[in-house]
Write a protein that binds this ligand. Structure first.
Ligand code: IMP
Ligand code: MG
Length: 420
């Protein structure tokens, strides 16, 4: 397998966790390059459901090395909790996990600032994990990193100044200030637990590449949550598109051999922001069937029809070579099925989404209607075993998207995957 970037082609929650798990079988190393514990990657492994937030999903397979790259923002306390939880479930976490010393830290004031901003009008609908404020500190060159945490004296000194500064801001916003001592203590304790895993992951990855090892880059969130290419400001604060895999790990672009885009057979989004094909009735159908609740926050996801304008654009900016279509089974009893092929905006037909979120919100989808299949697809092991209308549907949406179809997921477990 070539070094592969796996990317979400929509608004996150495309089912990347499961596809990563399937692809991990052929990789040596699985790397996260951006985001933080805002992500929630669900994998069902031997009948147990795991929701991974910071640790790459590859951790569930023996013999795979997992790397949290420099582009990720890490809340050390929750990372330790995630490691402990996995260990309780019998997963080995020893020399199979590496954490970049350059990764930035998420601190309690980031979380509180995130929460405060979410109380305002015009909120983003974030996961309130402090991700935006942590990346803002990184860009402002005032962030603390894993390497600071590995030097307790350095960490405490920097933290003290940051707590002082942020407490002023928190107080001005009417929030309670935080205690330097408490944070210092809990973070240093978490830091000691993480110390065995902290390394120069850039060098590690390059040495591994030189030995012919193959890397799978596990994208988090999705294309339209990208800070540059997404529906700004209703985005997350990292580059969720393919380029982020390189900056977030130190692996150069020419070492990437393939980009796999994951997309649902329909569309979902959590949080605020435009979603042109949103359909409340479709959402109700999914929610009544117990589908489409957020893995991190438990929020009901907003749902809509497949949006080919968006996925075509995602194919372009990520350079998607292959497509994995997930949740096909979600449409098993939906008939007819609508597919958005273009938008109307101010009496013009658009084939690409406008950059402005307000304009995108005003776009009227132009739909094509196709027949549903009205029977379960979950037991199909091969493409030929899918109902004819389901085959036609996946072919149609991949053609509109403009990339080669390589995988279809018809259920949450590893086995419920059709590989073409
Ligand atoms: P933040 O990343 O917590 O700042 O949230 C910013 C936006 O990205 C919000 O709309 C979130 O709902 C969304 N978001 C963040 N992480 C994920 C994810 O893993 N899946 C889906 N949406 C996400
Ligand atoms: Mg998710």
């Amino acid at each position: 397998m070539a070094n592969t970037i796996l990317i979400g082609a929509q608004w996150g929650d495309e089912g990347k966790g499961k596809i990563i798990d399937v692809l991990t079988a052929r990789a040596d190393i699985v790397v996260r390059s951006q985001g933080g514990n805002n992500a929630g990657h669900t994998v069902i492994h031997r009948g147990v459901k795991y929701i991974l937030h910071l640790i790459p999903s590859g951790i569930l397979r023996r013999g795979k090395i997992c790397v949290i790259g420099n582009g990720v923002v890490i809340d050390p306390v929750t990372l330790v909790a995630e490691i402990d939880r996995l260990r309780e479930l019998g997963i080995t976490i020893e020399r199979n996990l590496l954490i970049s010393d350059c990764a930035h830290l998420v601190l309690p004031y980031h979380r509180l600032l995130d929460e405060q901003r979410e109380l305002r009008r015009g909120k983003i609908g974030t996961t309130k994990r402090g991700i935006g404020p942590a990346y803002a500190d990184k860009a402002a060159r005032t962030g603390l990193r894993m390497s600071d945490l590995m030097q307790p004296m350095v960490f405490s000194k920097k933290l003290q100044a940051k707590v002082l500064e942020n407490n002023r801001i928190l107080q001005a916003l009417g929030a309670r200030p935080i205690s330097f001592r408490d944070v210092n203590e809990s973070y240093l304790a978490a830091g000691e637990k993480l110390r065995p895993f902290v390394a120069n992951t850039v060098v590690y990855l390059h040495r591994a590449l030189a030995r012919g090892k193959e890397i799978l880059f596990e994208g988090a969130q999705g294309t339209f949550l990208d800070i540059d290419h997404g529906t700004y400001p209703y985005v997350t604060s990292s580059n969720t598109t393919a380029g982020g895999a390189c900056t977030g790990t130190g692996v150069p672009p020419h070492r990437v051999g393939r980009v796999v885009g994951v997309m649902k057979a329909y569309t979902t989004r959590v949080g605020e922001g435009p979603l042109p094909t949103e359909d409340r009735q479709l959402a109700e159908t999914f929610h009544n069937r117990g589908r489409e609740f957020g893995a991190t926050t438990g929020r009901k996801r907003r749902c809509g029809w497949f949006d080919a304008v968006a996925t075509r654009y995602a194919t372009m900016i990520n350079g998607i070579d292959e497509l994995a279509i997930t949740n096909l089974d979600g449409l098993d009893h939906v008939d007819p099925i609508r597919v958005c092929v273009a938008y109307w905006l101010n009496e013009k037909r658009l084939d690409v989404p406008p950059c402005d979120a307000a304009q995108l919100a005003n776009c009227e989808p132009i739909y094509e209607e196709v027949r549903g299949w009205n029977r379960p697809t979950g037991s199909a092991k091969k493409f030929s075993q899918l109902p004819p209308a389901a085959k036609a549907y996946v072919k149609y949406i991949s053609k509109l998207t403009g990339a080669k179809l390589s995988m279809i997921s018809v259920g949450p477990t590893r086995g419920e995957t059709i590989i073409l």
